[in-house]
Ligand binder design. Sequence first.
Ligand SMILES: [Zn+2]
Length: 294
Amino acid sequence: MATTDRHAVPLATLALAHALSAAERGLAVIPLSRTKLPALRSPHRDEPDPAPCHGECGRPGHGVYDATTDPRRIRDLFAAAPRATGYGIACGLPPHHLIGVDLDTKSGTDSSSALRELALRHLFTIPDTVVVATPSGGRHVWLSGPPDVVVPNSAGRLAPGIDIRGAGGYLVGPGSRTAQGVYSAVPGTAHLPVAPCPPALLRLLTPPPRVHHPSPAHAGQHGQGLVQFVLAAHEGQRNTRLFWAACRAYESDLGDSLTNALVEAATRTGLTEREARSTVASAARLTQRNDAEA
Ligand SMILES: [Zn+2]
């Protein structure tokens, strides 16, 4: 009987099978635990003052940085995480540059009508694409982004109940089992291609264009916005938010004047000063390299 068979298969094996099929579609995955958090613990957890590491040490356990489409590496990740019951799909990575529109229903908000309203107001339509139903009655709408645009994670910025999963974020993949229940593709959407994000929606998801020579008043406002963005980070987004804000600061020629404020904001969210300074320094290097190439 089907039910008996299903229970005969360990949950980690089921999760691995789903993860492998997502990877076949070009989606990079990591094992997740029942709590929807990465199933592998950090290899640096016992180090007293760990240097920031996004997997450069070669060991697994760096959250979304472990994400891969390589079946052999996926099998290794799941072998190291026998208690995994689901998988996460990393957003923002090639080839799809996945953007997840997370429509929540928990807070009593009707996020689906909020999205329809936004679409009417900004003249876009949500294309036919993969939609995943969450155990709490929410929906994840999958969209693909252009390769040259970084969509940041945001919570409730577009409208109450609408969260955006972008660069550095991940979506719980269909077939995952969590403490709340099972995530599953909405019937008829599972095999659709991931549709491109409508340009009008993409503009709402990306911050205003960079300003090269800001007036002092504007610079102050822009800088304050970036500091607020870092302060509002949840655990798990702290480093990616800081990195994102620092890149924007350097692009706007505010980098050096804003470094201390960004580092201080990041330490208030729980990063160590050393981690924060190292992240800001990476942003400076990356931004300057891009400028040199341009
Ligand atoms: Zn490491």
